[in-house]
Design a protein around this ligand. Structure first.
Ligand code: GDP
Length: 299
């Protein structure tokens, strides 16, 4: 919690400074409400959330004297309500050997790192975890995953650069089955330069995976970089066209002023947020908890 609070400091200080500016010894009038709404929008909470919160605030406190602590408390409460329904941990089905998780997202969003962190976390819980280096375009991505494999003592399935990612995913499931793995995490490429190619490739991976296990992938996680702010919205839309995105992981919430984007995503898409990244090391993947997040954001 302390780490999250620290990580969201820039997001929360933007909000708290803004709130202090608007609400210092002031009656809640139309101007204050408008400024409040603008502040929420520029803090990446999204137009819908901003309108909802300012409407709610007007309903209960219009023409009353309000102070900034009260407003922070109000935001924390309202944001908790929005986040509560999406704050869901990733649940693995123990009957599945393996539970197959496809991890998608644009390059640089933190996919590979998140896979390494997930591997570590489940391995520590005593599960048998395998990773597949499905970003076959980038040698560096494959190498990076291998490093995570050594670090977590989990096998990594890889092929040469340029190899067919779908074929690799198929092989990985077969090997994971043979070796009685509990969890298989499949990395994918995320080159946005050629969107239709990227989408075709993801569809092909899913199609081929199903030939090996018709119920797979059991989860498709979209990894989003919080520092991209509003771009995260178009990424959810884009990846949902190609794959059945079952949940989100939002990374780089340490040191960004755009942490509010998580609220906007929850409001707009209602997709489960399984975890958040607050740093680069293995311990920096945290469960997503509505109240803690809301409190950290509101300052
Ligand atoms: P990929 O291209 O989507 O696989 O992204 P990577 O996993 O290679 O991550 C890109 C960069 O972001 C790397 O330098 C990671 O160390 C860094 N990164 C990933 N997650 C986080 C996070 O939660 N916080 C911070 N500060 N950096 C992160």
């Amino acid at each position: 919690f302390a780490r999250l609070k620290d990580g969201l400091k820039r997001s929360s200080s933007k909000l708290t400074t803004g709130i202090a500016d608007i609400f210092t010894k002031r009656r809640l009038d139309d101007d204050a409400l408008e400024e409040f709404e603008d502040l929420l929008i520029t803090s990446d909470l999204g137009v819908t959330t901003a309108a909802k919160l300012s409407g709610e605030l007007a309903k209960t406190r219009f023409d009353k004297e309000v102070d900034s602590a009260e407003i922070q408390e109000f935001i924390a409460e309202e944001v908790t309500k929005i986040l509560d329904p999406v704050a869901k941990p990733l649940v693995l089905d123990p009957a599945r050997k393996p539970h197959v998780v496809l991890v998608v997202g644009v390059n640089g969003s933190g996919k590979t790192t998140t896979i390494g962190k997930l591997a570590k976390s489940y391995k520590d819980q005593g599960l048998k975890v395998m990773m597949a280096a499905g970003d076959t375009f980038r040698a560096a991505a494959v190498e990076q995953l291998k490093v995570w494999g050594e670090r977590t003592d989990c096998p990594v399935i890889s092929r040469d650069t340029g190899a067919d990612a779908a074929g690799l995913a198929y092989d990985a499931i077969e090997q994971a089955k043979r070796q009685g793995m509990d969890l298989l995490l499949i990395d994918t490429a995320g080159r946005l330069q050629n969107k239709s190619h990227l989408m075709d490739e993801l569809k092909k991976i899913v199609r081929v995976i199903r030939k090996c296990d018709e119920t797979a992938p059991h989860d498709t996680l979209l990894v989003l970089d919080a520092t991209t702010g509003q771009n995260a919205h178009s990424q959810v839309e884009l990846f949902s066209e190609a794959t059945n995105v079952s949940g989100l992981i939002v990374t780089k919430l340490d040191g960004t002023a755009k942490g509010g984007v998580v609220v906007a995503l929850a409001e707009k898409f209602g997709k489960p947020v399984h975890a958040i990244g607050v740093g680069e090391s293995a311990e920096d993947l945290r469960p997503f908890e509505a109240r803690n997040f809301a409190r950290s954001l509101a300052g």
